[in-house]
Design a protein around this ligand. Structure first.
Ligand code: G3P
Ligand code: CA
Length: 336
């Protein structure tokens, strides 16, 4: 075993500095989200983990997109105008172009675009849509080049919907990770989902860390099918957290569940969620810190670094961010 391999084996994710810096959709504040180039920039900026959101193609291949509607982040409307359609996804009517209607070969003809109008569109039309296997290969190459581990934080998007089409997204993610050699709880991988049932089933198939995502409102899309009336708020009570701990290793809450803000963006008294989750044996990874003025609460007075520091003071174990460079400056540099 080489010296680099020995160092990498020794650097288990449990030994990494806290809070972990999780590159949300890559360095998506600087490059179109979910492209290899966005992930590459995140790694070069010092992110601990990269976050691929995953959906599936018609021929059953995992690709990185935030949602199965791909019209908002690619040039599919120009290349396949006749494929536009309307579907019901998790109870919502959605019109657009859908990953599950395209083969991988067709997806590979597309190019990524920036989603948000107020971010740079300089890179639009240049980058491919990556498969999960390509992302795993990218991570393997970057780890060898840099001599450090790079964590993966894949999210199964719309698992019940995919499975209703015969696309077994959660099994596909687990199988891909196991094939790549990620098998232990201490490996630098967290599998995340907004649904509960697929994480419960995943618990029976893998030792890898599982994260229950929770939003500030609403309830898991599979709640009705499971006969469970609880919403995300109920899952965040001590009793709810005890339930989550029966199948998951942590929670991924919207940041307002940890640091509430007023309608004017003023910082309110913090919640007890971090303490309660830790008491249940769960880590806490909050989403999503973004520097854009559309997202930064007014209470931070225009200083995006202040939000990372506030969340760190509150004891979170990881922070999703579109701007890993700012997270590194706020959390990993000695001077403030
Ligand atoms: O997965 C954490 C965070 O990314 C959840 O929100 O909608 O950006 O996937 P979303
Ligand atoms: Ca996500």
């Amino acid at each position: 075993m080489s010296w680099i391999s020995l160092v990498m084996v020794g650097a288990l994710v449990s030994d990494w500095p806290r809070p972990l810096i999780i590159a949300h959709r890559g360095a998506s504040g600087h490059r179109p989200e979910h492209t290899i180039e966005a992930y590459r920039l995140a790694v070069s900026q010092g992110a601990d983990l990269i976050e691929p959101d995953l959906v599936m193609t018609k021929d059953g291949v995992l690709i990185a997109r935030h949602e199965n509607e791909i019209g908002g982040t690619t040039d599919v409307a120009e290349k396949y105008p006749n494929r536009k359609t309307t579907k019901t996804i998790d109870g919502d009517s959605v019109t657009g172009w859908f990953a599950e209607d395209f083969t991988l070969a067709e997806v590979k003809t597309l190019r990524a675009r920036e989603r948000l109008p107020y971010r740079s569109h300089y890179w639009d039309g240049r980058f491919e849509i990556p498969t999960f296997d390509e992302i795993l290969e990218f991570v393997r190459q970057e780890e060898a080049r840099l001599g450090r581990r790079i964590g993966l934080y894949p999210e199964t998007k719309h698992p019940s919907y995919h499975e209703s089409l015969g696309l077994r997204i959660t099994d596909a993610v687990i199988d891909a990770l196991h094939r790549e050699g990620y098998r232990r709880r201490t490996d630098p991988v967290f599998i995340q989902s907004f649904e509960v049932g697929n994480l419960q089933r995943a618990r029976g198939r893998t030792e890898l860390s599982l994260i229950q995502l929770v939003d500030a409102t609403g309830r898991p899309a599979d709640a009705t099918a499971r006969g469970d009336a609880r919403g995300y708020r109920e899952l965040m009570t001590p009793a709810g957290l005890s339930f989550v701990a029966s199948y998951a290793n942590g929670i991924g809450p919207a940041r307002a569940l940890v640091q509430p803000v007023s309608p004017n963006g003023e910082l309110l008294a913090p919640s007890t969620l971090v303490r309660d989750a830790h008491a249940a044996g769960l880590v806490v990874h909050v989403w999503t810190v973004r520097a854009d003025r559309e997202f930064l609460p007014a209470g931070y007075k225009g200083d995006p670094l202040a939000e990372y520091r506030r969340l760190a003071e509150l004891g979170v174990d990881g922070i999703f961010t579109d701007f890993p460079d700012q997270a590194v400056r706020a959390l990993r540099t000695a001077t403030r």
